[in-house]
Design a protein around this ligand. Structure first.
Ligand code: ADP
Ligand code: MG
Length: 157
């Protein structure tokens, strides 16, 4: 599946559509979204749209210097009639692997436990770097900068 966007808002809207769709699929462990693509391709912008859609109130920044950040999903995200009502996760984890070399650098963060919990939604920027430890049912999203404000998001699952 492929999404073309021409603006920050367009990318956030695509994120909302995609997460609503994905939350309806069964997943034995965490729901994992792996975001790949160059700097400025729109990965963090996508995560901001996704977080808003599931009811995260905090501002999402790139967690480059902390690698992993957890956000609580407020009950609002699970209210009847809210966009992501079906299967909204309890915990939302945002990772940015830009500054790490391999999955070994995630040691000590409890990441393997996080991946096992089906109440977790895990979204990873620069996921290529840790691909070898991600679950087989990870959803891969490839971000491409097409020039100007145009971005292409390709979804592979
Ligand atoms: P990444 O996390 O992939 O490095 P960011 O989301 O942090 O990318 O940055 C994307 C940059 O591109 C932002 O400065 C944003 O304003 C700009 N931009 C322009 N058009 C778009 C678009 N269609 N989608 C997302 N970002 C866009
Ligand atoms: Mg980013």
């Amino acid at each position: 599946m492929e999404y073309l966007t021409n603006s920050v808002e367009g990318t956030k809207t695509a994120a909302k559509k995609i997460i609503i769709k994905l939350l309806k699929r069964p997943h034995p462990g965490a729901l994992v979204l792996a975001l790949a693509g160059e700097l400025g391709a729109g990965k963090t912008t996508f995560v901001q749209g996704l977080a808003k859609a599931i009811g995260v109130k905090e501002k999402i920044l790139s967690p480059t210097f902390v690698i992993l950040k957890r956000y609580g999903v407020r009950p609002l995200g699970r209210d009847k009639g809210s966009p992501a009502e079906a299967g909204t996760p309890m915990n939302f984890y945002h990772l940015d692997c830009y500054r790490i070399q391999s999955a070994k650098d995630l040691a000590g963060l409890g990441f393997e436990e996080i991946l096992k919990n089906k109440n977790n939604l895990v979204v990873i920027e620069w996921a290529e770097r840790v691909a070898n430890i991600l679950p087989a049912d990870t959803v891969w999203l490839n971000f491409q900068h097409k020039g100007g404000d145009e971005r292409r998001i390709k979804l592979k699952m």
